[in-house]
Write a protein that binds this ligand. Structure first.
Ligand code: COA
Length: 374
């Protein structure tokens, strides 16, 4: 059986930033307008007035300080409250494929690999802008890679599940190189008018190049093992899809067609699931907590990550051992742990071990144990 390694990685970060203060100002203006428009119904007790959001709550509850987005003008317009993403003609690159390119090219450059030598593009993300043709096949065309491409979706765990799928194909010998790319346009599936969640997400694209380990030209991360698990839950859910039409054939604008979550339940149920998953994976791979130099965790909530880090290591993580990027990017779904890996991994030395772990809707948990080589 072959071995697989991550030889390159990249992050595309949209240039537009929304700070918590900007976000809260827009939300509160929206709430005031909505309350004024619904004053009679509120006075009659038919609907509840919308309460103000607060920067202090957002920072304390999540650790998020800002987010990058593809379009802030629509999101911050109290009468719009969603991104304005220009509809593109069929002859133009799609939004997801376009943002994926930068991240893929950075990963290829780092590894010194020509696109034509890539056998598979796997577009693994939470929300795909269309059902078909697969976004991965469009990325394949725009990059000039060979072989084949396909899309997959395991919500926030899409990247780690994609890494396992690519690694297994390389191990089995059906391919030699794969790009696993995660273009996440979370801003378009977030309900920015809902105070409970309007601060959660941001946009980004990440990519890793996975090669047969003996093909690596420079320092790389050997993929020692991967582990994926799922357990059905409705606590994070999005009901958008092609079945959601009104009788007149128009798409509906129902609240449940955007991101919905029961945050408290997610917190309570996912933490033990993830802690046990990581412990079992490490045990199966013969890795002790003291062997781990770094944890690259899913980036949804700082308190959650602090808890998992402490549980996995059996002590408070030292500064830099469990880097968070959520303060700058917010939750970027499947891309979060890969941003952390991409930004905080190149300082590791030969033989150092690290663990990527994602978790989210499904529920789903995916982990990857890496060893620095070269
Ligand atoms: N501004 C001010 N107050 C707010 C607020 C906002 N934007 N949003 C909620 N609140 C209030 C609530 O109304 C509530 O008030 P109450 O106690 O008077 O009822 C209080 O703050 C606590 O709300 P709650 O929703 O229980 O907050 P929380 O402490 O659970 O934090 C999350 C919310 C979303 C940050 C947290 O639950 C979380 O991160 N969960 C896990 C999320 C996750 O990993 N999801 C995966 C997504 S892919």
């Amino acid at each position: 059986m072959h071995k697989a390694a991550i030889t390159g990685h990249g992050v595309f970060t949209p240039s537009q930033i929304i700070t918590n203060d900007e976000l809260v100002a827009a939300f509160n203006a929206h709430a005031d307008r909505w309350n004024a428009a619904n004053a009679d119904a509120i006075a009659a007790g038919e609907v509840e007035a919308k309460a103000h959001s607060s920067t202090d709550f957002i920072t304390a509850a999540s650790g998020i300080e800002q987010r990058h987005v593809l379009d802030k003008t629509g999101i911050l317009d109290p009468d719009v409250m969603h991104p304005w993403l220009r509809e593109r003609s069929d002859d133009e690159p799609g939004q997801m494929a376009e943002m994926a390119l930068d991240a893929c090219r950075a990963a290829l450059d780092m590894a010194g690999v020509d696109p034509s030598d890539v056998d598979c593009v796997l577009c693994a993300a939470s929300n795909h802008e269309r059902a078909y043709p697969a976004i991965a096949v469009e990325i394949q065309e725009l990059l000039g890679t060979g072989g084949f491409g396909f899309d997959m979706n395991v919500a926030c765990s899409s990247a780690t599940f994609g890494i396992q799928a690519a690694t297994d194909m390389i191990r089995a010998g059906s391919i030699s190189r794969a790009l696993v790319v995660n273009p996440e346009i979370c801003s378009a599936h977030l309900e920015w008018r809902d105070r409970d969640c309007h601060f959660i997400f941001g946009d980004v694209a990440t990519a890793v190049l996975i090669e047969r380990a003996d093909l690596a030209k420079g320092p790389h991360f050997l993929i020692r093992s991967t582990r994926c698990a799922t357990q059905f839950s409705n606590n994070i859910r999005n009901n958008n899809g092609f079945l959601r039409r009104t009788r007149k054939g128009h798409m509906e604008d129902r609240r449940d067609m955007q991101f919905m979550q029961n945050g408290r339940k997610v917190f309570k149920e996912v933490l033990p699931l993830v802690s046990k998953h990581i412990a079992d994976h490490m045990e199966a791979d013969g890795v002790e907590a003291s062997d781990l130099k770094r944890l690259w965790l899913h980036q949804a909530n700082k308190t959650m990550n602090d808890y998992i880090g402490k549980k996995v290591l059996g002590r408070e993580p030292a500064p830099g051992e469990q880097p968070n990027i959520l303060q700058d990017y917010a939750n970027t779904s499947s891309a979060g742990s890969i941003i952390a890996f991409s930004k905080y991994s190149e300082d590791l030395g030969p033989g150092d071990l690290g663990l990527i772990c994602s978790f989210g809707a499904g529920y789903s948990v995916g982990s990857v144990i890496l060893e620095r080589r070269g």
